[in-house]
Design a protein around this ligand. Sequence first.
Ligand code: SAM
Length: 272
Amino acid sequence: MVATPIGNLGDMTARAAQTLRDADVIACEDTRVTGGLKLHFGITTPLTPYHDHNADQVRPGLLARIAEGGAVALVSDAGTPLISDPGYKLVRACADMGHAVFPIPGPSAMLAAAVTAGIATDRILFAGFLPNRAKARQDAIAELRGLAATLIFYESAQRLAETLADLNAVLGARDAAVCRELTKLHEEVRRGALNDLAAAYADAPTPKGEVVIVVAGAPKVEAEVSAGDVDTALRQAMQKLSLRDAAALVAEQLNQPRRAIYSRALELAKDK
Ligand code: SAM
């Protein structure tokens, strides 16, 4: 599984180029696109098309080739294969048949966007492409509404304005970034609240190129804890600890704001 550049050929790793040279065959989405890459890197390995429309027919032949000891390299047009691109069924079949599968990691638009957006990266949900139809798209966005994780979407430039409008309508004015043409000559990252980005792109001519949208996740919700739970925990803690320490402990244990728990501890202490 060989990653290739998402625009800038300088991002091809030495290991990716060598793996493509050493393979017996390169399975690729579009032989013209990968043909260009071969030419640039002086690779002479033969190509065979492997894409959404022929994968089921072609896969048995590739597996037979591997069973005979051949090495098959899989690439997509750009970036990392399997990431919103074909390949997982081939990997699954290899695993089922006991054939080794090796990742040759490298560029991927989702990671390039994640590290450029300026939005939290501790939890990320990669949502790939949203559905084409408006209702299905809005429903798909609504499913992600409560998630406390940064959301990453692939999108075509033609549909960018429409999708930003839907994201804003369903998720509200969260922080977001539109990352366009990453690693290429006209690379552009626009950061802002979803409502501002949606308005800006609604009024502008359709941008050119490829786009990733990054959207901040829902704020982390504090666990729902009843007032009774808080009082019980505070009373117990206050038997052994100072009021301040008891409040700190309970706030930590119940994942509640310290200030609110401390005020409640004061009230309980007064009632005593
Ligand atoms: N497997 C690829 C990867 O690892 O990035 C993604 C393939 S997916 C079919 C193509 C989508 O990736 C585009 O529609 C766009 O959303 C995103 N993309 C690819 N190259 C990009 C780039 N240079 N800048 C921004 N987005 C890009």
